[in-house]
Design a protein around this ligand. Structure first.
Ligand code: CA
Length: 720
């Protein structure tokens, strides 16, 4: 390129020493025939910046003036950053460059001071010649790094440091003295060649350089051997498998292409890899594509595996693992390739301890709830061995719910269903509480003991038994003696209890009431608000049944709407007996029940209006024994709740006519079924068992009908 002087400066007063007029391109620049100078300035530099690295061979300077009394030639091989001296020239080396060795040259790269080009003579056209490789020194290997390095230049600088002054002293400041001495050059010739490390046989202009100049040697090498750069100083991209090296003799040391298996177009050289491979290969591929990785893109990335059916260079050679991350080790990594020795199978998922399946997405039998947070993958089923249908090891793989026996519940099958107890190895798992429908408050029993919640003074697991000192009432417990009622007409007839046989009446005797008479029963102790059947016990004095008998329920006030008796209408409180047939009997059941409320006092008015209307019967009368209020079963939840149990109880109650015993005096329940039902009824009606009366032994006619049904009914009243 155009030679130019960047640094034409003297030590004190900078001045140009640049060629003017026709100038010549490097490397044979010619300084103008008459160059302007800064007269009297001793320290002057001529600097040449070259377009690239060159092999510099020699320099010839032809001076118009005296040659310099001292000068030196420097070079840079790194574009001006650092400089080294090639050679010193001085008329008197010992005084100009005292620390530098004088000629002759001993080794080719010695830096010496030479005196033969610094003489005063000739006064004009004197030359200074410098050869980098002195022909007097034999060179064994011109391609050795030391020689190559010696030749390499990017910049050249000639420092002129001392003028010949012919006896004048330059410190003399007179103008004529100063103008007498200066440097002037006819010509500066630089020879060399472009520098391509043996990887080019020709050079071309560097970018921006002037082309087609005769004699010009350009610096941009036409690189071969897969090299690039102005001086072929580096390998082509993607040719980094070997370290870049200069060609040596017949050895091209060409750069070698990287092998990236067609998964990358970029690579770099890595010396560590090169050494590790025994200097075989140092190329490392960059940005491997197609899910590959590795120095040669020869491996599949994590979470991909090598498809054995495809060539390594196939873009689809690496396939994504198909593993459930939650159930697979290491977040879903599969075996990257086949390796029988290591037991590897390309694409195979490696399941966590408790998962299975090709994708490791299932819990093993006996485990549940697949979760990525669980290092084992799934949790072990927690099933109660007694409550599950299998051996307790299995559960729902998603929810973890165990498979419970029929009467067992809970996720772990460790609880009995409501109204059941005693979890065990039984087929059904638990037993029914079977709490007594009356003796217990409800049918929920304790899970361990099966104990039902008993009403007051009821005992036993199912609450079907009565605490000692307590009893349950018979159905005719609420018996009101006629002889104790208020008689409007008639008299009391006492009758002693018979000996040797049971009495057919209760209490002290009867009320003898004539036709048209009436009596009032005061009732204030009904145990529960419900319907009661009314039974009138009597002894007939006449052959025919009475034609017209009426019972009136006289209430103290209106019935509250919310009461169980709230639906009663006035007509319900007027009851009339009808003939029960022609045969005289000891009792009559009124066709309608009455609804009575607990805690309310009633008057039940009984009118014996007419015996018969067909003929007059003088002195017609009846011996009334008592009036009985029988709790009506069809008024109780335990019979009408609608569930299977209630329907079964009702069916049994009606089938065995469990209430019939309450009608006549002294009869007992016909069956155990009735006994049990009546037990429950009494416990409900009385909210538990009743305390036995303290007046034992009672009257001999009141022998207990049943050990469980209380004693001394005739004279013991609730609360007495
Ligand atoms: Ca009586």
């Amino acid at each position: 390129r155009e030679p130019h002087c960047l640094d034409c400066v003297g030590p004190r007063s900078p001045g140009p020493l640049c060629p003017r007029g026709p100038s010549h391109p490097h490397p044979a620049p010619r300084v103008g025939a008459h160059s302007p100078v800064s007269a009297g300035v001793e320290h002057v530099s001529i600097r040449l910046d070259l377009e690239s690295e060159f092999h510099f061979t020699h320099l010839i300077m032809t001076f118009k003036t005296f040659r310099p009394a001292a000068m030196l030639i420097e070079r840079s091989a790194d574009f001006g950053r650092t400089w080294k001296v090639y050679r010193y020239f001085a008329y008197d080396c010992a005084s100009a460059f005292p620390s530098t060795a004088p000629a002759p040259l001993r080794r080719v790269d010695d830096v010496i001071c030479e005196s033969r080009y610094s003489d005063i003579e000739p006064s004009s056209e004197g030359e200074v010649i410098y050869r980098v490789l002195d022909p007097a020194i034999p060179i064994r290997d011109p391609y050795s790094p030391a020689i190559q390095d010696l030749l390499r230049v990017t910049n050249l600088r000639v420092n002129l440091t001392k003028l010949h002054t012919l006896g004048d002293n330059l410190l003399d400041s007179r103008r004529e003295i100063q103008e007498k001495y200066y440097y002037a050059l006819y010509e500066l010739v630089l020879r060399g060649s472009c520098f391509c490390y043996g990887h080019a046989s020709e050079c071309a202009p560097a970018p921006g350089a002037q082309a087609n100049v005769e004699g010009m040697v350009h610096g941009r090498c036409a690189c071969k051997h897969n090299t690039q750069g102005l001086n072929c100083e580096k390998c082509d991209s993607f040719y980094n498998d070997l370290p870049w090296r200069p060609a040596e003799g017949r050895s091209t040391n060409a750069c070698r292409r990287c092998n990236c298996n067609q998964h990358s177009r970029r690579c770099h050289f890595d010396m560590a890899v090169y050494l590790a491979t025994g200097n075989a290969s140092g190329g490392v591929c960059d940005d491997c594509q197609h899910n590959t990785m590795g120095r040669s893109c020869q491996l599949c990335k994590p979470f991909y595996y090598r498809d054995p059916s495809r060539d390594l260079r196939d873009p689809r050679a690496c396939r994504a693992c198909d593993c459930d991350p939650a159930g697979t080790l290491d977040g879903g990594i599969c075996d990257a390739h086949d390796d029988p020795a290591l037991g590897l199978l390309a694409g195979q998922c490696r399941c966590k301890a408790h998962t299975w399946g090709p994708r490791c997405d299932k819990c093993q039998p006996g485990f549940f709830r697949l979760s990525g947070d669980n290092p084992q993958g799934c949790q072990r089923c927690q099933c109660h061995p007694q409550g599950t249908v299998s051996d307790g090891t299995q559960c729902d793989p998603v929810s973890g719910n165990c498979f419970c026996k029929h009467l067992v519940t809970g996720q772990s099958c460790d609880q009995c269903l409501p109204e059941h107890w005693a979890l065990s190895h039984d087929l059904l798992g638990c037993r029914s509480c079977d709490c007594d429908v009356g003796g217990a408050h409800h049918n929920q029993c304790a899970a361990e003991t099966g104990q039902c919640p008993c009403r007051s003074h009821m005992v036993g697991r199912t609450c079907s038994q009565v605490e000692a000192g307590f009893y349950l009432a018979r159905l005719d417990h609420y018996t009101y003696e006629a002889e104790e009622a208020r008689l409007r007409q008639g008299t009391v007839v006492e009758r002693a209890q018979p000996t040797g046989r049971p009495a057919t009446w209760t209490g002290a005797g009867f009320a003898h009431v004539p036709e048209g008479g009436a009596m009032e029963f005061l009732v204030s102790d009904v145990p529960a608000s419900m319907e009661y059947d009314v039974v009138i016990r009597y002894q007939s004095q006449l052959p025919e049944p009475w034609e017209e008998v009426k019972l009136w329920v006289l209430r103290p006030g209106p019935i509250p709407t919310g009461s169980p008796c709230g639906n009663t209408i006035p007509a319900d409180d007027r009851l009339a007996t009808l003939s029960r047939g022609s045969r005289p009997c000891r009792y009559v059941l009124l066709p309608q029940p009455v609804c009575l409320e607990r805690g309310i006092g009633y008057t039940l008015l009984l009118e014996l209006t007419r015996y018969t209307s067909r003929q007059a019967v003088p002195g017609a009368s009846v011996l009334l024994d008592s009036l009985v209020l029988v709790p009506r079963y069809s008024s109780m939840e335990m019979f009408i709740a609608g569930d299977a149990g209630a329907m079964g109880r009702r069916e049994a109650f009606e089938r065995y006519r469990c209430d019939h015993h309450a009608w006549a005096v002294g009869t007992v329940p016909a069956s155990e079924v009735c006994t049990s039902l009546l037990t429950s009824m009494s416990a409900i009606i009385h909210r538990g068992a009743l305390r036995e009366c303290s007046c034992l032994p009672c009257a001999p006619w009141a022998a207990p009908a049943s050990p469980r049904m209380g004693k001394t009914l005739a004279i013991c009243w609730p609360g007495s």
